[in-house]
Design a protein. Structure first.
Length: 406
């Protein structure tokens, strides 16, 4: 359980039931965390923020001083970054880039393109002639490299996916990019995002294997490749939230790696591990239902706003803020059994935020606060098809005058 800091707690308790659910962001905490991540990394490691984790303009702007740039995966993300973080370097990756998105990205001066398929390579080369005629466009092919045997204990890596080029085609791709076929594209290096939810030691081993593979590719083809982007996927442990990705050890390992390979720049692009901890999803218990074998505390909202427990198949860490008095004349529902399951309002068994936890005494009207809610939470399309209102958004900043809410 992670209890919210005082400012977050006070804000949640100050909201009326109709202002719930709400996301409350602790911007000072976000800054402190981003600063510590940056400080842990050596100079020759570039830190790009993967916008897909959380594209709120306030979050993008706060991260600005600590990141080297932003990694976008869609035209919409690109537009967000262009507004919130003007003129910052941007890398464009993502699996299904459309010609319109690529043309827009070229016009906006995106600094690097992660190319995910051979078709995308031809498309980018063609579009670059028209939309970026005066520059060579920097390209990093993304290869779907196999994860070395036994490396990962976490899930989320190791099998073939639609993301990335077949490594067996690497020499051909490199040939296309260096034999004069596409003079307006410049091969800078390799991109490989191999897994999600990976802790520092394993992530470091992945980085080493990607660097070794890239250097072999370069040697085989008589090239000098100067960049390796090892992606994101740094772990956020929802089951054991106190177990954080060890940025310090990771930074030390990366420092050894760049020292061993002068002339090589490494790039990482974490999303979740940068923003998850600064966001809180606050709601209230609406009712307690006593099933034949289980109690269910039904909260206002749920998976319509917070999709991480469903997509990640985990319990979202939570805590309770008790609310007194009960303002109604009718009896207050309460969890009678020792344990209960916390569900949202959707009439589907999938709308579960926390399964079978100690919750005796939890009552309707009590506030429940879900932590680690700063990344990959949005269910906007889902809400658009239901009757559920948007959550509120509150951006608290202990170091600044006032804060922003909407
Ligand atoms: C290519 C790439 N880069 C970065 C990320 C960000 O991952 P995470 O938010 O887990 O750090 C992802 C997410 O899957 C990705 O596919």
């Amino acid at each position: 359980m992670i209890t919210p800091p005082r400012a977050v707690r006070d804000r949640i308790l100050s909201l009326s039931p109709t202002e719930l659910p709400a996301y409350v962001y602790d911007l000072a905490a976000l800054r402190a965390h981003a600063a510590s991540v940056r400080a842990a990394l050596p100079d020759r490691v570039e830190l790009y923020y993967a916008v897909q984790a959380n594209g709120e303009p306030e979050v993008l702007a706060e991260l600005g001083p600590y990141v080297d740039g932003y990694k976008v995966s869609s035209g919409i993300e690109l537009a967000h970054v262009a507004e919130a973080a003007v003129d910052r370097p941007r890398v464009f990756g993502g699996t299904e880039k459309t010609p319109t998105e690529l043309a827009d990205a070229l016009e906006r001066g995106v600094t690097r393109f992660q190319v995910e398929s051979e078709y995308e390579l031809y498309m980018l080369a063609g579009l670059a002639q028209r939309h970026a005629p005066d520059r060579r466009v920097a390209v990093l092919p993304r290869f779907d490299l196999p994860v070395p045997d036994g490396l990962l204990t976490a899930d989320g890596g190791g099998s073939a996916t639609a993301s990335g080029l077949d490594p067996a085609r690497a020499d051909t791709i490199v040939g296309l990019l260096t034999d004069g076929s596409y003079p307006n594209l410049e091969l800078r290096g390799v991109h490989a995002h191999l897994a999600n939810g990976v802790h520092a030691e394993e992530h470091l081993a992945l980085a080493e294997s990607v660097v070794a593979w890239t250097l072999e590719l370069a040697a085989r083809n008589g090239l000098r490749l100067t960049e390796v982007d090892i992606g994101g996927g740094m772990a956020v442990d929802y089951d054991r939230p106190e177990r954080r990705f060890d940025w310090h050890a990771y930074g030390e390992g990366l420092a050894r790696l760049v020292t061993a390979h002068p002339g090589l720049t490494l790039r990482i692009e974490p999303g979740r591990a940068l923003t998850a901890y600064c966001g809180w999803y606050a709601s209230e218990v609406l009712d307690v239902e006593h099933g034949s074998s289980e109690d269910f505390a039904v909260i206002r909202g749920g998976a319509v706003h917070l999709r991480t427990p469903v997509t990640g198949r985990h319990d979202q860490p939570w805590s309770v803020l008790e609310v007194e008095p009960w303002p109604y004349s009718w009896p207050r529902p309460v969890v009678r059994r020792e344990r209960a399951t916390l569900t949202g309002q959707l009439s589907t068994p999938k709308d579960v935020l926390v399964r079978d936890v100690r919750a005796q005494g939890l009552r309707a009207g009590d506030r429940v606060v879900f932590s680690l809610a700063g990344a990959y939470t949005s269910s906007a399309p889902h809400r658009a098809h239901t009757r559920y209102p948007e959550p509120g958004f509150h951006f608290l900043d202990a170091d600044a005058d006032g804060d922003r809410s909407r």
